[in-house]
Design a protein around this ligand. Sequence first.
Ligand code: CP
Ligand code: NVA
Length: 299
Amino acid sequence: MTTRHFLTLMDLEKDELHTIIQRAIALKNSPMLHTDSLQHKTLGMIFEKSSTRTRVAFEVAMTQLGGNSVFLASSDTQLGRGEPLEDTARVLSRMVDFVTIRTFEHSKLERFAEYSSVPVINALSDDYHPCQLLADMQTYFEHRGDIKGKSVTWVGDGHNMCQSYMNAAQQFEFQLTIACPEGFDPDPALLEARKDYVRIIRDPHEAVRDADLVTTDVWASMGQEEERQKRLKVFADYQVDTEMMALAKPDALFLHCLPAHRGEEVSAEVMDSPNSVVWDEAENRLHTKKALLEFLCKK
Ligand code: CP
Ligand code: NVA
């Protein structure tokens, strides 16, 4: 049996992703469904970057479903002292039931997965953040129903979150408009591969017109701290504020993976507006983690 990994949204079939979203909704709505589905299972967690939501969601999900987790800050492990990733993957595979990794280069996740005999889950890389998209999709489904055929606008950097939205557009069949400054585009090969679902419109006001969902992310991601000052200038016209949201549909939702920088990529007013469902989105990190772990456990 081949080991299933979750490095990007493309690792699962469309129907599998929908099943996970529906299971996450069911787990959230019916606490009685909180079973011991992960009893005696252990999740290894290798984190090379900071995290609040992802780490807590994974750890609480494992605990609430009867399993447990081992948090491994890479600096504290032999990985941090140069032990090859391939060796770590083979060793951990013999002890834990799945591994989640938050790292920089996406290729590290791919290399780890190649040598892992247990499922590997991307907890964020420089290129993708698929777990976040499960929560975003659950949030949209809960508030507005199926996202198929809807119009979604991404405002900001064409980085990991944007690229995950591009994959989501194909998997959940919505139309994605990306408003990013020139020089901050997503990967051109990915853009070409998703061209039936994704387009770029440079002017963010034009891009959000009639959108059903508007979403953004920080202008300088983890690992880009040195570019922060430059990015503040380049992205200055890309703040999602009330005036911009007014161009979207009146019931358009606002999502942000968090942490948010109010006054930069989003105004405080939009963060706290009735259309903003960012706290539900954050909570849904937990429910989707449970559904994903259960799914991978059964494979
Ligand atoms: N959205 C998200 O992944 O948050 P953390 O960095 O806190 O995990
Ligand atoms: N784009 C951000 C997402 C944080 C959850 C980063 O990579 O830092």
